[in-house]
Design a protein around this ligand. Structure first.
Ligand SMILES: [Zn+2]
Length: 462
């Protein structure tokens, strides 16, 4: 599998640090508002990388953080209100209630568009001690300093490689490059906060060696990624807007703390635009997952829509394209139901299709080409129906479109299956468990899922 590494600006082979096991961190949602489709395109990138690596037989451990504290308007004075606080005033909820509400909504929306749940979903509020510890380490080894208000800043001049990800090296950063940068106690305008002293009236604050305060946003990701994935791991993903300052600062923190490279490959996804404009809450220009369903569209079809462009490109969201995607996905599911059951063996023609699909996915997630291969397979006269089914069912591991839905719903058990189910229920009644297990194995061998229910054995296609 090859991916474009923003750090080296090259497409490169993913060679896991630990043989056969890829560890990946994804910057997750900031939970004081709903996710829009643009956010979901970014999270889908991580999901697709994971699915593609799994298609190649690799094990993947994926961590995605939940930013439920701070993420103030980037850098700011201790007095500034953070967004969570503003949301609270809007809704009359307590900070953790807000975080809970929007975390649940984010995970639900992600699931609706087929984004599988990451293995670990650490919440920033539950890792403040880890962030304090990392900040202490950076102070101890000369990368950070405390100012008299009790805030702690990263000394960017102490990290000569600063700028290697984004190109924003120290000499290029001019004072005032960040609008809200106001603390006159900073040594340099480029320094950024690791810990911010709590201003008056601040609700979300924690004790620290420097007084009550709260962590900077960037330090969250350094602390949580290294806690769960170690100080050397393979892939870090996020939206292209996070390259600077968020990821640049993360590199300075993590590498400053441990003294060596932490992450091999940085992958950044392009924006989704609505009618030619960047989708952003600030412009009131957002589409959310429930709106797709309200219009009678399958949220999973949003995946197909994004497959029409490479992940690094900006792409436009239009309702017309969304409706096309919806039609196409429904059509594929219908064809699958007609082609069932899957063939057990693949012909040379089918294997050639399979190679082309896998090669496209492995080539920096070339989904537009993969989609083309799907189209050619569907209309191919050389591939028997059962093989088409088998191929699409296997590719759906990456596509994530639930392509077998109609086939599953149209499925009816054969005489043989019905007989085996009855025999198994009899064996269980007689407490002949070896026999019952043997029949279960046979049913599973026929591609069925076997469930024990109070009403006896139930089966359905896996
Ligand atoms: Zn992050």
């Amino acid at each position: 599998m090859r991916l474009f590494n923003s750090l080296t600006r090259q497409v490169q082979e993913i060679v896991p640090i630990e043989d056969g096991h890829v560890r990946m961190y994804t910057c997750g949602p900031t939970v004081y508002r709903y996710m829009h489709l643009g956010n979901l395109r970014t999270f889908m990138l991580a999901d697709l990388i994971r699915r593609a690596l799994e298609l190649e037989g690799l094990k993947v451990t994926q961590v995605m953080n939940i930013t439920d504290v701070g993420h103030m308007t980037d850098e700011s004075s201790p007095e500034a209100l953070d967004k969570m606080l503003l949301a609270m005033e809007d809704e009359g909820l307590q900070p953790l209630e807000i975080a809970e509400k929007y975390t649940a909504a984010a995970l639900e929306d992600a699931l609706a568009v087929g984004i599988r749940r990451p293995d670990v979903l650490p919440k920033a509020t539950e890792h403040v001690p880890d962030m304090i510890e990392l900040t202490e380490r950076l102070i101890d080894n000369g990368h950070a300093y405390v100012v008299d208000t009790g805030s702690v800043y990263y000394d960017v001049s102490s990290f000569p490689e600063y700028g290697k990800l984004s190109g924003n090296t120290l000499d290029k950063l001019r004072p005032g490059h960040r609008d809200l940068e106001t603390d006159p106690r900073k040594r340099s305008h480029a320094d950024f906060a690791l810990w911010k002293a709590a201003g008056p009236g601040r609700l979300m604050k924690w004790p620290s060696p420097w007084g009550e305060g709260f962590p900077g946003w960037h330090v969250e990701c350094s602390a949580m990624s290294m806690k769960y994935l170690g100080d050397r791991f393979d892939i870090h993903t996020g939206g292209t807007d996070l390259r600077f300052p968020h990821h640049e600062d993360e590199i300075a923190q993590s590498e400053g703390a441990v003294g060596h490279r932490v992450i091999d490959v940085w992958v950044h996804g392009g924006h989704l635009r609505l009618a030619g404009q960047k989708i952003a809450k600030s412009t009131g220009n957002v589409v959310r997952v429930p709106e797709l369903a309200e219009r009678g569209l399958d949220p999973l079809a949003f995946r197909w829509l994004t497959f029409q462009a490479r992940y690094r490109s900006e792409m436009d969201f239009t309702w017309e394209a969304m409706e096309d995607a919806d039609r196409r996905v429904r059509q594929l599911r219908k064809r699958m139901a007609e082609w069932a059951p899957p063939a057990a063996e693949l012909s040379a023609e089918s294997r050639a299709f399979d190679r082309r699909f896998r090669e496209a996915i492995a080539d920096d997630l070339d989904l537009p080409t993969a989609v083309k291969v799907v189209g050619e397979l569907v209309s191919s006269a050389a591939v028997p129906d059962g093989e088409k089914y088998a191929l699409l069912a296997s590719w759906d591991g990456v596509l994530g479109l639930d392509l077998e839905r109609d086939a599953r719903e149209a499925w009816e058990p054969t005489e043989e299956v019905l007989r085996l189910v009855t025999e198994r229920d009899e064996a269980r009644n007689e407490k002949e468990y070896a026999r019952s297990d043997e029949i279960r194995d046979r049913l599973q061998g026929m591609g069925l899922e076997v469930m024990d229910t109070p009403a006896g054995t139930k089966v359905r296609p896996r």
